[in-house]
Ligand binder design. Sequence first.
Ligand code: COA
Length: 444
Amino acid sequence: MSQDRFQDREGDGVSTAKDTLTVTDNRTGKQYEVEITDGTVRAMDFREIKVDEDDFGLMTYDPGFLNTASCRSSITYIDGERGILEYRGIPIEQLCEHSTYLEVAYLLIYGELPTRKQLDDWVYEITHHTYVHENIKDFMDGFRHDAHPMGMLLASVGALSTFYPGASNIRDENERHMAAVRLIAKMPTLAAFAYRHSLGLPYVYPDNELSYTGNFLSMLFKMAEPRYEVDPRLERALDVLFILHADHEQNCSTNAVRGVGSSLVDPYSAIAAGIAGLYGPLHGGANVQVLKMLRRIGSVENIPDYLESVKNGDERLMGFGHRVYKNYDPRARIIKSNVDEVLEAVGKTSPLLEIATELEKRALDDEYFTSRKLYPNVDFYSGLIYEALGIPTESSTVVFAIARTSGWIANWLEMLEDPEQRIARPRQIYTGPRNRDYVSIDQR
Ligand SMILES: CC(C)(COP(=O)(O)OP(=O)(O)OC[C@H]1O[C@@H](n2cnc3c(N)ncnc32)[C@H](O)[C@@H]1OP(=O)(O)O)[C@@H](O)C(=O)NCCC(=O)NCCS
């Protein structure tokens, strides 16, 4: 309810210290007591509120899920007001400093940090499932030379379900585990194949001697050399980016994975739905939009004009604002501190970084942005790192998809084990006409 429709009558009420909400239906004068658990009321409790026996009952209306919890989850905690992000309770800052992406993937999926043996086994399994069926190469070859890598990734991950039909047996714990391993292992291979296809370059097979990120960089960039030499600074910077992107609770793509997965489809199809969600410019595609925006601004002198057009509503400041963070996005802070290191490692300077830094400074000095609590989000600087690594703009969302796979799987598994989950099937408020007669085509 908007503020003008919902008057908070402070001081009129009497506190009873009960975890319930009393609702008066002014249409009937009846009162209802609704339980409050974890600061939440159940939408189904409102169904009891009816004007008469034939009434369907009250529904809640929440386009875009602005204030609706769709699940209980113990995977990722975000406090948007304070800028806190934790995976399984561990702050993102600690994970970025001490952990690796594969260890974090294990943590997200299995709930605990692995022991040494568990981690070694996990890394071994992932490393030894990085190859894809040769037919996948033919499948990739079918795409036009200029096909968008996200479209190719989306299609090829969906196609994996046909290579592993056993995965549709989602109640089998071993099948679920194998799907998790295969998806995490093969995603970099598929992403790199998509990139090589767009350049007309031969595909590079995985190298089991390299780390997860080292292998990905090798599959992207190896040419004629017998072994791709990975700069450890870049390997680590990419690993940190992967950790930062691994999960972010019920965002658009994760909600898509859960929603599609709730039909009990196989995990490859559910994850393909997540990739589709991530593709959009308001979600994972935002880092691409940031780079395009920075290029369009072109130089520091043009920033004031650009900010004016944002304030006039003609433009959007891409990489700024977040549905949940109403304070600095903690991921943006970590990424920002990595940009310089990556540029130093590759021996490049970035004119776009100069524009981005100045743009951030001016926006954070501007009442328009501060009053709306618009701060840089993870995408504001990530595109710059991808660019410094030599990953083309088009492919940066693909890299995001690799990292987010562990979070999608963790959420998919949690959804399957949650006895409260049902097939995702929202209600609607029908606004169209009723009871019209069909008119034959020659009378229209
Ligand atoms: C992320 C995003 C989709 C969140 O949207 P949301 O929670 O629905 O927020 P709203 O669109 O309701 O924005 C609230 C207000 O801030 C403004 N706003 C939000 N993001 C803005 C941005 N990036 N640039 C300029 N204004 C912005 C809106 O115009 C609105 O202003 P108003 O109250 O005067 O109408 C939105 O901030 C956005 O489009 N950001 C740019 C894309 C991006 O970086 N996405 C990556 C997210 S990780």
